[in-house]
Ligand binder design. Structure first.
Ligand code: PMP
Ligand code: GLU
Length: 406
């Protein structure tokens, strides 16, 4: 009997889209390495180095043979403890170390959380514009992402009415991100309380991605939906990590916090997939979390200055409008008003922000992420995690390009 020919790749992966944000970042970094004068607004990471006390702890950890071997899959006891303490400090939520799982970055925490909670066919509500990885990870674990579109009119915030209209008996959970990537939206405590109460009353779980918790500006304050909505009871997971707050994206260290049974199940999964996170990164994270917080304050002050500069410069470009972002380090302006116009030295007429982003990179060497990646065509995401001079130069290039020069 002839062997049946199976597809080379699993069906599960054949439809998986690559991370558009990482792809653009890699493209921009490769061009810079090749000597091209690229200015990148694509980066989803702080441009600061990791605080020196965290680096010193890592160097020391490398020399200690204890760190050369496997450790507990769920994370070093000291780190789980430090994360529990940090969680209490930042959110007033009391959790024990057994409620903490240390993961390879927040992306891995998201995957573990969804793999632990979502069954095939379960619906997961995700407000959009959404971070590229949410819908793909939901699909990867067999779930169905249900998009709730938000608009500039509401400051890109989802309302309880919108969420309620999207919920069905198949809804398992809601993913909330405040501050948001890509819009920089920060929900108020009241708004989060109302959403959390709604989810709790309907028995819907909330996965709260709080990776940008320390990056909130103006008179806005960060709240954890879990801390303000007791109705969630034991149906919640918080995702966080050191990537953005401590400029440690390359160290790959995040965590999930949740009820003990969920964390135990996710730790079980991790014991069969990745085992422990690199011990050296874990030691660096302990130092970051338990050391002084100057580095966060300095970074936040610099981002705030750049945020204001970027919003002002965007306002100077004809046809562009931007809801002021109050968190993370992204602006999410609408460029819908410039599409179809003759742009740049070659008078190109882009019909989508996807085309516009490609033209900006090719013609004026400016990298941005098109809104299409976040299910929001018509917008561009610009990270302001770059040096002031570069920000100014990049914005000047965009302005000239839009004016039909450049
Ligand atoms: N969540 C959000 C909202 C993000 O923007 C990112 C960006 N990297 C992540 C999670 C993933 O973070 P990490 O690098 O720690 O995996
Ligand atoms: N979260 C960052 C971004 O949105 C990093 C890239 C990624 O992990 O996809 O740009």
């Amino acid at each position: 009997m002839a062997p049946s020919v199976k597809p080379r790749l699993s069906t599960r992966l054949s439809g998986l889209a690559p991370s558009a944000t990482l792809a653009i970042d890699a493209q921009a970094k490769a061009l810079v390495e090749a000597g091209e004068p690229v200015i990148s607004f694509g980066a989803g990471e702080p441009d600061f180095p990791t605080p020196s006390h965290a680096v010193a702890a890592a160097v020391e950890a490398c020399g200690n043979p204890l760190n050369h071997h496997y450790s507990a899959s769920a994370g070093l006891a000291d780190l789980r403890e430090a994360i529990a303490v940090t969680c209490y400090r930042d959110t007033s939520l009391e959790v024990g170390p057994k409620q903490v799982l240390v993961t390879n970055g927040v992306k891995h925490a998201l995957f573990n959380a969804l793999a632990t909670l979502v069954d095939p066919g379960d619906e997961v509500i995700v407000p959009s514009p959404w971070w590229v990885t949410y819908p793909e990870t939901v699909r990867l674990v067999g779930g169905v992402p249900v998009e709730v579109r938000t608009t500039p009119e509401s400051g890109f915030k989802a309302s309880v009415e919108q969420l309620d209209a999207a919920a069905t008996p198949a809804t398992k959970l809601l993913i909330m991100t405040s501050p948001s990537n890509p819009t920089g939206t920060v929900y108020t405590g009241e708004e989060l309380r109302a959403i959390g109460a709604w989810a709790g009353d309907r028995g819907i779980w909330v996965v709260s991605d709080e990776i940008y918790a320390h990056l909130v500006f103006g008179d806005h304050t960060q709240h954890s939906i879990v801390a303000v909505a007791p109705e969630l009871a034991d149906r919640w997971v918080i995702l966080n990590g050191v990537s953005k707050s401590y400029a440690m994206t390359g160290w790959r260290l995040g965590w999930m916090i949740g009820p003990e049974d969920v964390i135990a199940a996710a730790a079980n999964l991790q014991s069969q997939t990745t085992s422990n996170v690199c011990n050296v990164s874990q030691r660096a994270a302990i130092a970051a979390l338990t050391g002084h917080g100057h580095a966060i304050g300095e970074m936040r002050a610099a981002f705030d200055t750049r945020r204001k500069l970027m919003v002002r410069l965007l306002g100077d470009i004809e046809g562009v409008s931007c809801v002021e972002p109050f968190g993370a380090f992204y602006a999410f302006p609408s460029f819908a008003g410039v599409l179809g116009r003759a742009l740049g030295a070659h008078k190109s007429e882009p019909s989508s922000t996807m085309e516009l982003a490609a033209l900006l990179l090719e013609e004026v060497h400016v990298a941005v992420v098109p809104g299409e990646a976040f299910s929001a065509p018509g917008y561009l995401r610009l990270s302001y995690a770059l040096a002031d001079e570069d920000l100014y130069e990049g914005m000047t290039r965009i302005k000239e390009f839009v004016a039909g020069e450049g």
